[in-house]
Design a protein around this ligand. Structure first.
Ligand SMILES: [Zn+2]
Length: 189
């Protein structure tokens, strides 16, 4: 699955919009990315999971670990395609934690899977959860890489698409400067 095929799935499902948007952060952007909208279709989720599995099978991971909530669906699909367990970590009192009886140990070789990687912060936090449980982290995978610095990650990263999603405060927004009306993603005209 090449980059265009992945982006077509995102566009078809409304998970990638292009225009002039006011994000929930208050910043303006020319792109709006919401991967839950592509992953809501099981056949699309399966295809994306298989594509990431094909790029990471050489690592011979024994389990997938994803950060909740965004990483759960794609983590499950990558685990299914690789034939290995798929676990998720979730926040408890603000700290990413293994709950629900999930356990990892010294024989587990982990692949961290997310939908979108932006700064790499949640990837590293998820990797630390696995390492704290005694497991080894072999690498990370994401459907979309928004331009993380590989050196800051310190892990091999596989992604299906590299996509820049620049954003600006309203007073620095080039589309506002051209007088284009701004819309809120998800609202219908
Ligand atoms: Zn604007």
């Amino acid at each position: 699955m090449d980059q265009d095929a992945v982006l077509n799935l995102f566009r078809t499902s409304g998970a990638l919009l292009e225009g002039h948007f006011r994000l929930s952060s208050g910043l303006h952007s020319e792109r709006y990315l919401q991967s839950a909208l592509v992953l809501q279709y099981p056949e699309f989720a399966a295809r994306l999971g298989e594509a990431l599995a094909a790029r990471t099978s050489h690592l011979q991971a024994t389990a997938v670990l994803s950060p909740a909530l965004g990483g759960i669906v794609i983590g499950q699909e990558v685990g299914r395609a690789l034939g290995i367990r798929a676990l998720f970590a979730e926040r408890q009192d603000g700290v990413l934690t293994l709950r629900r009886g999930f356990s990892l140990g010294a024989t587990d070789r982990m692949l961290v899977v997310e939908d979108v990687i932006t700064t790499g912060g949640s990837t590293l936090e998820t990797a630390r959860v696995a390492e704290a449980a005694g497991a080894q982290v072999l690498g990370a995978a994401a459907i979309i890489d928004r331009g993380v610095d590989p050196a800051s990650l310190g892990l091999p990263l596989q992604s299906l698409v590299q996509l820049d999603v620049p954003s600006w405060p309203p007073d620095a927004c080039p589309r506002c400067a051209q007088g284009e009306p701004v819309t809120k993603p998800g609202s219908r005209a």
